[in-house]
Write a protein that binds this ligand. Structure first.
Ligand code: KIV
Ligand code: ZN
Length: 513
């Protein structure tokens, strides 16, 4: 048995059959280019007879993409095969993929044909396709629910007719892994000419077993897997490529020398591209490519990961194109992760300071889902260090409107004296900051600004958080008021006080109030 498992991507064909996921021609090309970078072996570019748009997209992909085999799908009909051939023929490695149902239920209700007729049509269509291309794949649709004797007879006959790949679809996602693995083994044992073709599998996810079924098939001799990025596809979807490939790569103890040629580092990028273009959001807990796939929140897990990353990570995030694992700070996080994050942010604290900050952090985390770096800065600055109010805002007046340049007048108390200043700005907040600068003589740069409603209703308290930079230092200022402009001016003065305090602690003066 060869060791390579061929990866056949059908995102642009079965994936696009996902209700609501249709892609424009240019978008299909973009996905195809990315699939080529991902180094999949075969791209099923579409079903050319389905629509003129599909035909054009397959034709363009066949012309532009070099490297992977480009396949076009066709029913077991001459017109379909002719159209599929016209669409893929410009590629150096064209494949025609012919399918015809073999299960009793499909033959009786859908095709209304007897076994003999289906067998004849399968052979005729493969023979016809073989005259056009050397690479012909045949799929007995609904193979997992087909009578095994009949299925084996069809497979033997299409291989004799020239099929080089026989694909075994679990079209309705009905099989269990042990059954599907057994089906592949049976085909290998019972079909005398099976060594002349690659056994492929194509599993749907109706019972959530598509990946497990595909892997059971590989373990029993399948050497091509049909799958899609993010598992998108008809109904509940197809088997997800990233999960299958990473399972084969990760479980060397099970799959031994088996390998795929996929550049796994491209997975996250490909997943995001497909998600953006189809509008199908990847759930955060999706294996391999979900936002949380490499995030750890619980204290015990974070502690383990920090001590030895393999305690809770079976794959390296960078191997699938994730930047790095994330320690998400939340209510389940422990002191270890908290301290490491503070250090990474450049906040070196004493043990007592960490103890106090950690207590405060736990209280905040109880109210808030995730604690961001901003919150940590504020936590440490606000709670551990008492900031002397060198400057105190006592009054703010702003004239503003759509037709006038905003002008702010502020009264700021400094060293027991109230100083008044007036300034123009590009907006009312800018005018306030500039007026404050005139008093403090410190010219801060507003890097980030956020307004949160603290209470509900029309008279809601607004809390402004702003990041202010001056002379290479950055601090977070906060201010609250029912008037957002007043809250902004307070936040700016708060930031200025922090900047001056930081400088004083480090022995360098920033401003001379
Ligand atoms: O699910 C299926 O059976 C298919 C075939 C066309 C391979 O998509
Ligand atoms: Zn399918």
């Amino acid at each position: 048995m060869p060791d390579k498992v061929y990866i056949f991507d059908t995102t642009l064909r079965d994936g696009e059959q996902c209700p609501g996921a249709s892609l424009e021609e240019a978008e299909k090309l973009e996905v195809a280019h990315q699939l080529a970078r991902l180094n999949v072996d075969i791209i099923e570019a579409g079903f050319p007879i389905a629509s003129p748009g599909d035909f054009r997209a397959v034709q363009k992909i066949a012309k532009q993409i070099k490297g992977p085999v480009i396949a076009g799908l066709a029913r077991a009909l001459k017109a379909d095969i002719d159209t599929a051939f016209d669409a893929v023929k410009s590629n150096p490695r064209p494949r025609i993929h012919v399918f015809l149902a073999t299960s009793k239920i499909h033959m009786q209700y859908k095709l209304q044909k007897a076994e003999g007729e289906v067998l004849r049509q399968a052979v005729e269509s493969v023979t016809y396709a073989k005259k056009k291309v050397s690479d012909v794949e045949f799929s007995p649709e609904d193979a997992a629910r087909s009578d095994r004797d009949f299925l084996c007879r069809v497979i033997e006959a299409v291989i004799d007719a020239g099929a080089t790949t026989v694909n075994i679809p679990d079209t309705v996602g009905y099989a269990f892994p042990y059954e599907f693995g057994d089906l592949i083994r049976t085909i290998r044992e019972r079909v005398p000419n099976i060594h002349k073709a690659v056994i492929s599998v194509h599993c749907h996810d109706d019972l959530g077993l598509s990946v497990a079924n595909s892997l059971a098939a590989v373990a029993n001799g399948a050497r091509q897997v049909e799958c899609t990025i993010n598992g998108i596809g008809e109904r509940a979807g197809n088997a997800s490529m990233e999960e299958i490939v990473m399972a084969i790569h990760t479980r060397k103890d099970v799959f031994k020398d088996l390998y795929t040629g996929v550049k796994t580092q491209e997975f996250c990028k490909t997943s995001r591209l497909v998600s953006t273009l189809t509008g199908f959001i990847v759930p955060p807990n999706k294996a391999i490519v979900g936002q949380n796939a490499f995030s750890h929140e619980s204290g015990i897990h974070q502690d383990g990961v920090l001590k030895y990353v393999r305690t809770y990570e079976i794959m390296r995030p960078e191997d699938v194109g994730f930047g790095e694992s994330r320690l998400v700070l939340g209510k389940h996080s422990g002191r270890h992760a908290f301290t490491v994050r503070l250090k990474q942010l450049g906040m070196e604290l004493s043990k007592e300071e960490i103890d106090r900050a950690f207590e405060r952090f736990k209280k905040t985390a109880d109210k808030k889902k995730e604690i961001y770096d901003e919150d940590l800065f504020a936590l440490v600055e606000d709670e551990l260090v008492s900031i002397p109010e060198i400057f105190l805002l006592s009054e703010v007046k702003v004239e503003t409107g759509s037709e006038i340049t905003p002008v702010a007048t502020v009264k700021v108390k400094a060293h027991g004296k109230v100083v008044e200043a007036k300034a123009k700005g590009s907006g009312p907040v800018d005018a306030c900051c500039k007026a404050v600068d005139k008093v403090t003589k410190l010219h801060g740069e507003l890097v980030d600004y956020a307004l949160h409603g603290v209470t509900g209703g029309k008279d809601a308290m607004g809390e402004v958080t702003m990041r202010v930079r001056a002379k290479g230092k950055m601090v977070t200022g906060r201010g609250a008021s029912t008037d957002v402009i007043v809250a902004s001016a307070k936040a700016y003065v708060n930031a200025v006080n922090k900047l001056i305090h930081q400088q004083a602690r480090q022995g360098t003066a920033l401003a001379h109030p």
